[in-house]
Design a protein around this ligand. Structure first.
Ligand code: NAP
Length: 287
């Protein structure tokens, strides 16, 4: 890719941003398309967020991604926010409009893509964890029309706050919150079990949020979806496969949320497979 006087800028703001996989994924797609854009990391500390967002507008940046710690703090700085992002309470993608910056949360649709093509309208989900990713998962389950979403957490105070935060949301599926000790009652009715905790991620790769005995309780048609994308497969998904259950890892969600953002910025279909290959090559190199 050659950067010239006409190159349009996209990027990501966060603190830190050095670990972000987004530049790898987006620049691979932009290079393949041969379009005159570059995607760059912008380290922005919390106290500089408003100035940075104004500055990005002033220098003509076309759109940007947002990572920790700005996903919530950016909301009041945007002219418009999609219902998905409002429901989740966090924005990960921003683009330029005549009124100012518009924001959405592409994790919701990214989470949903691997689940599309199946009727989930009579289905129940058990969601492990109640952090940021769980919010996108709950909104996605709502959009897919699930009948019941049961969120499992270890901190009852945070669980109660989580439940209350969905009270006025149009995207809320019927939701209940539970301690981990309730899993033996929840799993036998679960059609979909989603891990949104970091248990099993690289440095805890030998751990799993559910063991073989837990997985034995899930109905035979159940799907186990682990949002973790490294290692692939996680211990959870290895055990689920051994149990005969369908599985889904987090790589598709990661790629799809990026692809949806890139399409929003450059207004054309993007090469999802190229993005996936670039990401896998990078993850393999840095594992
Ligand atoms: P987060 O906001 O920190 O939430 C993590 C949740 O897991 C919290 O509810 C936390 O409980 C719970 N948790 C953490 N350690 C636990 C343990 N040992 N036992 C029980 N519960 C535990 O993190 P996040 O942003 O939601 O990310 C969570 C995971 O999803 C990460 O692995 C991340 O890589 C993955 N993710 C993947 C994608 C994708 O595109 N595939 C997108 C987003 C996130 P407390 O609140 O009680 O601490």
């Amino acid at each position: 890719m050659t950067i010239t006087g006409t190159t349009q800028l996209l990027g990501i703001i966060g603190d830190p941003v050095a670990h972000s996989l987004s530049p790898v994924m987006h620049n691979a797609a932009l290079a393949e398309l041969g379009v005159d854009y570059a995607y760059v990391p912008f380290p922005v500390q919390a106290e500089n967020l408003a100035a940075a967002v104004q500055g990005l507008a002033a220098v003509g940046v076309q759109g940007f991604s947002i990572t920790i710690p700005h996903k919530q703090a950016i909301l009041p700085l945007l002219a418009t926010v999609t219902p998905e992002a409002q429901a989740v309470g966090a924005v990960n993608t921003v683009w330029r409009t005549e009124q100012g910056w518009a924001g959405t949360n592409t994790d919701v649709a990214g989470f949903m893509v691997p689940l599309q093509g199946r009727d989930w309208s009579a289905a129940r989900a058990v969601v492990l964890g109640n952090g940021g990713a769980a919010r996108a998962v709950v909104a996605g389950c709502g959009k897919l029309g699930l009948t019941k979403v049961q969120v499992v957490g270890r901190n009852l105070g945070k669980l109660a706050e989580f439940e209350a935060s969905w009270a006025d949301s149009p995207l809320t599926p019927p939701l209940s919150v539970h301690g981990w000790d309730e899993l033996p009652q929840l799993l036998p009715q679960a059609d979909l079990v989603i891990n949104t905790t970091p248990i099993g991620m690289h440095h805890t790769a030998d751990q799993t949020p559910l063991d073989a005995a837990d997985l034995a309780l899930i109905p035979d048609h159940g799907l186990v979806y682990d949002l973790i994308y490294t290692p692939r497969p996680t211990r959870l998904l290895t055990l689920a496969t051994a149990r005969g259950l369908s599985t889904q890892d987090g790589l598709d969600m990661l790629v799809q949320q990026g692809a949806i953002a890139l399409e929003q910025w450059i207004h054309r279909p993007v090469p999802v497979d190229t993005m996936r290959r670039a990401l896998v090559a990078w993850l393999d190199r840095t594992a």
